[in-house]
Design a protein around this ligand. Sequence first.
Ligand code: ZN
Length: 283
Amino acid sequence: MKPCRLLGPVVTSLLWLATGLASPASAADEPVPAPKAPKPARDAGAEQAPEAVKIERLVDFVRPFAATFGASNADVPKLVSGPKVVAMPNDKSPGRQWVASLGTVTFKVTIADATKLAPADVFAHVRRLPVPYRRMLEIVSEDGKAGLAVYPELGGAAAHGSQDYLNVIPQANVFVLVHECGHVLEQRTTRGAPKTLEAWGEAVAKDRVSVSEYGDTVVHEDLAEFALVYAICLDAGPARLDDLRQRSPARFAQWEAILEASGAKDPAKPTPKPPNAPKSPPR
Ligand SMILES: [Zn+2]
């Protein structure tokens, strides 16, 4: 399994989105200071009006409505038990572990003492996850795994995600978590369907549209970046989701199949909406 090596300074698309987190989403945070996002490499681009940005990549399509991502989620993360003193899996440094819940999902949070973070700092991001994406938290919290683990640094990466671990640095925001969810759910699906990434590569060729510059680098990062734009459209409502389906139909079908195969989405039900999401318009 290839871990994600999402490099903070390199992933301009994610950092751009991070700068788009305006007051509506911030207001949904826990009343604690959130970790500061790293300074984006392209301040000038961030100032550009959304309508002036030509949509060459799918990330350009979602950027104008990414600022409110997750702001309407009603579920609030809660501590279930802990902390328990642990050694961090990566480097055996001292850490603490809690069990927490978000809606119907129970998961672990493991924080290295050196970060000086509290669970509330992590919850500020976690609470914005769309309902199906919370499955990631369950998978990385299975027996013997550390759940969402926060380290002071990860060798220059913003996060490392696989079905066995989800490691992040303090600056990683919800968009990083959603990107990593792409890796976690893909790897869980690949366990039972080994040609999942191969099929994704075929979908990319069929769709003839780029998701993001980072996604262009390798097929599994294309998938993770698509997981991000899908999440933003899912949160923004059925019309945005339909628009994404039309822009990238092959990836869209593949990603929904991965959501079902990994247990994130019940195949018998339509795509879950976030709590308090606007009702679908009559058709
Ligand atoms: Zn990645």
